[in-house]
Design a protein around this ligand. Structure first.
Ligand code: SF4
Length: 179
């Protein structure tokens, strides 16, 4: 399934809006199975995805990021599609965990109740593999969504932590060279 592109593009305005849009992702609060526990951990005190501007919302109308965390049963699929349709554009989707990517351990010929991946029903932007992925993996996936919104890592202000770490490594290298 593909997302619908806007008919008119206001390029300069869109470029300006990219950075705040990427830095304040509003995640729709819902979970489907065990991966959702790791998603909750990513938002709790230890991992604290709020550091990356992620804000959980309880309504799809105020959300722009859907994290499909868990197994998608055929019974649940229409509800997931309805939630995605209720989100205002532009919007992004993360498929978290092997079940949301490809059906995970349920993907075998004789099963009839589980979808073989979220991309059968909604357009997925980023896939976070694992069974379940750790919260750090999900946060990496969120940063990848932000990179996609800003049009590359260099424009993502939230990557400044990476850049600083890189600078520090360079600094250590320089010191060693001097020694
Ligand atoms: S990928 Fe693993 S942990 Fe995640 S929902 Fe499926 S079975 Fe559970």
């Amino acid at each position: 399934m593909r997302s619908v592109e806007p008919v008119v593009h206001l390029t300069v305005l869109e470029d300006i809006l990219r950075i705040p849009r990427a830095s304040s992702l509003m995640v729709l609060t819902f979970g489907l199975a065990c991966c959702a526990i790791e998603m909750m951990a990513a938002g709790a005190a230890k991992f604290d995805w709020g550091r990356f501007g992620v804000i959980p919302r309880s309504t799809p109308r105020q959300s722009d990021l859907m994290i499909i965390a868990g197994t998608i049963s055929r019974k649940m699929a229409p509800t997931v599609v309805t939630l995605w349709e209720q989100m205002a554009a532009p919007k992004w989707v993360i498929a978290m965990g092997n079940c949301a990517i490809s059906g995970g351990p349920f993907a075998h010929e004789s099963q009839y109740a589980i979808l073989n991946g979220a991309d059968e029903i909604v357009p997925v932007d980023v896939y976070v593999p694992g069974c379940p992925p750790r919260p750090e993996g999900l946060i990496q996936g969120i940063l990848a969504v932000q990179d996609k919104i800003t049009g590359g890592q260099k424009n993502n202000v939230l990557r400044r932590f990476d850049r600083r770490r890189g600078d520090k490594r360079d600094f250590v290298k320089r010191i060693k060279r001097i020694d």
